[in-house]
Design a protein around this ligand. Sequence first.
Ligand code: WT7
Length: 648
Amino acid sequence: MDEKRVEVQDAWRQRAHIDDAGYRKMYAASVADPEAFWAEQGKRIDWMKPYTRVKNTSFEPGNISIRWFEDGTTNVAHNCIDRHLETRGDQTAIIWEGDDPGESKHISYRELHAQVCRMANVLRNRGVGKGDRVTIYLPMIPEAAYAMLACARLGAIHSIVFGGFSPDSLAGRIKGCESKLVITADEGLRGGRKVPLKANVDAAIARLDKDAVDHVVVVRRTGTAVPMEPGRDVYYHEAAEQVTDDCPAEAVEAEHPLFILYTSGSTGQPKGVVHTTGGYLVYAAMTHEYVFDYHEGDVYWCTADVGWVTGHSYIVYGPLANGATTLMFEGIPTYPSNARFWEVVDKHQVNIFYTAPTAIRSLMGGGEGPVKKTSRASLRVLGSVGEPINPEAWEWYYRVVGDGRCPIVDTWWQTETGGILITPLPGATALKPGSATRPFFGVTPEVVDAEGKVLEGACEGNLCLADSWPGQMRTVYGDHERFEQTYFSTYKGKYFTGDGCRRDGDGYYWITGRVDDVINVSGHRMGTAEVESSLVAHPKVAEAAVVGYPHDLKGQGIYAYVTLNQGEEGDDALRKELVAWVRRDIGPIASPDLIQFAPGLPKTRSGKIMRRILRKIAEDDFGSLGDTSTLAEPLVVDDLIENRQNRP
Ligand code: WT7
């Protein structure tokens, strides 16, 4: 394959934390002696009781156990706030940019301290303490960061649910971790449109056992009047007046859970990914510094939502642990116009910008004009995350947005990994558009074939990690068995990522996408099983099978094959109804893009749906269906091809 290579620019050699030789040396040391390497790196955060034991991890079947710095104690909020007060109390910690371009504010580290203490006291007054779960369902407002850090301060465990999820999805996540308290807002505001967050919380709670939730704390965002349940609901601004802005940070064990984040898998309902305290913070802070070549004084902007892991690690925890100025954006890339990102870059003089390929692709459609009318001279590093970045989008990002000056760090990682695992380092790594390039320090990728054989050199196969890193998830909340089953049973002794990848002759990794029944829609993960179970819950649907297909803007779109109950007619009205049904059930990100009504699905004689065939037809690539000899009824395939929905 002919690969373009972008060499490290001279300007970068001058300033970067590390060069290529430095990377190679440090990487070799990190995998030769992880104990010694991480013992040193652990010092980037403050410990209340220092650790003596660094790594205690096992990927052995029956004994999956991941513990880092386990005899140390610390507190994440202390590390993200208090320890900076002496040296940078007046420095901006968070720049908040509202949905409306006229609205923004700067929050200093000192102010962040006061706000987080106040929020912590409001929670504590409502019975929240160490180990208790708190569900956060907030828009992108500073209170989202305050709420996260307030939980961390008390040793409580937060579970953030993205504001785009439906009441049903929210209810499942509240129930899953038994949160007694929910923090929300009256409404969210995105692209000029209001999101009924409090109403969704009310609807979610109505689906739960009476008394499941004791308290709902409501932040006022838009000021719209919302129903308040006496004794249960309280406005945050009123509760905050009743408490002081002083609240000690509780020392917790390194392995004390910091947060739960629900994510989709190939089977069943979303699982609660558990991240803990010490190793997670060390890893988030270290990757933030090296991957973005973060230097003192930089203004850093990650455009993710705090409802996703990217927001956890790279809007809040990593940057604040490093004493950075982190920008939090409430809006969307196309409001009020598709120049918004670049206008915000100029307005706040952003140096480091981290976004998703889907955003780049959607802006490419608007041409270079909206970009070129802004300066963007402050930009130094561009980042990408969430899905493979196609070379056209890479080129546009590099050439048009970065004016050919800024390296692009294509960062591969997952909710489960806590932080970035495969990525270029600015100034150290020659770039190849579309490749996440090389492993971060301490990360041991392996490419294995279907039988589990570890492949050498240039190869293609499934991506595994041979050993633990400090940011790794520790368990599935309440279900350690599922943790082992999902990640450690496919290839014994290794963590299996669910991704396929290619490794080239330079040792660069090219992630090719999921090899399981997970699809990636605009960088958001969706389990096909979840969409299927929503569809079959519709009274007119007998059976459904969902697959991903290539989509110009979203990366992958959702293609649903639906078999209706006898006597039902499939038409456009029913298509609309089913889309609305899934949106209501799961949330807008799960909306099927294409629905094909199918009298029958291709099955083996034992009744297993042959997804391989469904994927091919959805990709409009039915010339090579492969072996169909095991089909119970070969004729259904002809009907599927004839009525396929994805035609150019
Ligand atoms: C899946 C994880 C981790 C932050 C956002 C998504 C895909 C993520 C890349 C990339 C190719 C990528 C993978 C991965 N993915 N980043 N740079 N290149 N693919 O987190 O929802 O847990 O999804 O996103 O398929 O497994 P997530």
